[in-house]
Design a protein around this ligand. Structure first.
Ligand SMILES: Nc1nc2c(ncn2[C@@H]2O[C@H](COP(=O)(O)OP(=O)(O)OP(=O)(O)O)[C@@H](O)[C@H]2O)c(=O)[nH]1
Length: 204
């Protein structure tokens, strides 16, 4: 069974819990306790693989206090970064999070391949009070190798589900890439022997 760890990050009140709960229960509840962080568990079967999915939904207060994100970066296999299309400051926050995740020191730490990331412009039902254009979200995502969509946790159950499925699939692709890059024990030993004795033979 594969363990897939996903962190849902973003500014305060952008709808991180709404998206997570929508995906897990197909329901939109409206108000969520926001003073504690949660890790949700779900068993999934995707592409004939059994998965144990863990979704981390932080408490915004603690997230602000520890913007370094060090533990999340080590823990998560992928990130959903959420902003609210009707709140420009939440877009700036999402941008800062993306830069933090993509910055070279971070990418190098423990990661054989780049983390999967999905930028989500939530609250599309509020597009009459939109402050962030679709193109801006799309550009930020393209520039930073993220997937991108706008949706509404309040109104679009299927779109929310598809977004989570897409990032989980990206994470599974990364798992396969990591597996390929890791040389098997016997191959690396053969390479070592070849390097040592092959070179000696040449110099005789
Ligand atoms: N109109 C609209 N409101 C939404 C949507 N998603 C979430 N909300 C509302 O936005 C508010 C914040 O939603 P939460 O899911 O608690 O957001 P959060 O990012 O988890 O919040 P914190 O943990 O406090 O940062 C709530 O009042 C939700 O009902 C949406 O798609 N459309």
């Amino acid at each position: 069974m594969n363990d897939v760890k996903l962190a849902v990050l973003g500014g305060e009140g952008t709808g991180k819990s709404a998206l997570t709960v929508r995906f897990l229960t197909k329901r939109f509840i409206g108000e969520y306790a926001s003073n504690f962080e949660s890790i949700y568990n779900k068993h999934l079967c995707l592409e004939r693989k059994q998965l144990n999915l863990e979704i981390y939904d932080p408490c915004s207060q603690t997230q602000k206090a520890k913007f370094s994100l060090t533990s999340e970066l080590h823990w998560a296999d992928g990130f959903v970064i959420v902003y609210d299309i009707s709140d420009r400051s939440s877009f700036a926050f999402a941008k800062a999070l993306i830069y933090r995740i993509r910055e070279p020191q971070t990418s190098h730490c423990k990661r054989a391949v780049e983390s999967a990331m999905f930028l989500v412009g939530n609250k599309r039902d509020l597009c009459h009070v939109r402050e962030v254009g679709w193109e801006e979200g799309q550009k930020l995502a393209l520039d930073n190798r993220c997937q991108f969509c706008e949706l509404s946790a309040a109104e679009q159950s299927l779109e929310v589900e598809m977004m989570f499925i897409r990032i989980i699939k990206d994470i599974l692709i990364n798992f396969k890439l990591k597996e390929k890059r890791r040389p098997s024990g016997s191959k690396s030993m053969a390479k070592l022997i070849n390097n040592v004795f092959g070179k000696r033979r040449k110099s005789v």
